[in-house]
Design a protein around this ligand. Structure first.
Ligand code: KIV
Ligand code: NA
Length: 265
């Protein structure tokens, strides 16, 4: 199987083929998603919420991200694996950012990293790119800045914030990022950004007129249940399926139905 590369992702945008992307945090899930033909796997810092049960993405550490990413990489034969740099590992100090990115690449085997923000983290992005590490940007709703925003509501609805987002998007392309995630912004703005940029723009809650889509896999599979934003389409109810399976198992254990003689040595 041929590996997905940054060049192929760019070519996909060029020919109008939409890019499919999902999160993954572990080997078993990555094996399934890669086997199904997903283009990009994101080892998101949403692992902080989905895997660890934290309220925000802020607590997850670089070591924990590397653990998740290395597990995902071992399950992948084809997909391009992007690893989120966690909060605190790249903001404010570009040499620390480079050190963190190098640790991710060396210790996880991921193929690129993702960082949240624009002009504020320009030096960190430049430094990481200089080492030959592909960088994906992330603008709009950036969960690592949740305490600055105060809410998880739609971003860049006002002209001023929209203009800043467009400027940041152009800056990220100029710096050399290979792709950009836009999270929870108006479709019209996302469309403008995707048209303006040469690099692929991947949306989550950014409407249809971008170059690809990403969702948190546990959300789209219906494993997480309480999270129901408008942009989320559920493709399965695995939470219910798993709940029922576990109840049948409990029942069978209690009733001595399991194990049968055929299931014993
Ligand atoms: O961490 C994550 O899951 C993400 C996606 C929602 C883009 O950053
Ligand atoms: Na993230």
């Amino acid at each position: 199987v041929k590996l997905v590369t940054t060049h192929q992702l760019l070519a996909m945008k060029g020919r109008g083929e939409k890019i499919s992307m999902l999160t993954a945090y572990d080997f078993s899930m990555a094996t399934i998603l890669d086997g199904a033909g997903i283009d990009v796997l994101l080892v998101g810092d949403s692992a902080s919420n989905v895997m660890a049960g934290h309220e925000t993405t802020l607590p997850i550490t670089l070591d924990q991200m590397i653990y998740h990413a290395s597990s995902v990489v071992r399950g992948v034969k084809r997909a391009f694996v992007v690893v989120d740099m966690p909060f605190g590992s790249y903001q404010g100090n570009s040499s620390e950012a480079l050190r963190s990115a190098i640790r991710i690449m060396k210790e996880s085997g991921g193929h690129g990293i993702k960082v949240e923000g624009g002009a504020e983290i320009k030096d960190s992005i430049t430094r990481i790119l200089t080492a030959g590490i592909p960088v994906m940007g992330h603008l709009g709703l950036t969960p690592q800045s949740i305490y600055k925003f105060g809410t998880y509501s739609v971003r860049a609805k006002e002209e001023e914030e929209a203009q800043k987002l467009m400027e940041d998007a152009m800056l990220l392309e100029t710096l050399g990022c290979f792709a950009l995630v836009l999270e929870k912004i108006p479709s019209a703005l996302a469309k403008q950004v995707a048209e303006k940029l040469t690099i692929p723009v991947i949306g989550i809650g950014a409407g249809p007129d971008v170059d690809g889509q990403v969702l948190v896999v546990h959300d789209m599979l219906g494993i997480t249940k309480e999270f129901k934003p408008r942009f989320l389409r559920r493709y399965a109810d695995l939470g219910d399926t798993m709940h029922d399976a576990v109840q049948r198992y409990i029942q069978d254990v209690k009733s001595r139905d399991f194990p049968s003689t055929e299931e014993a040595y």
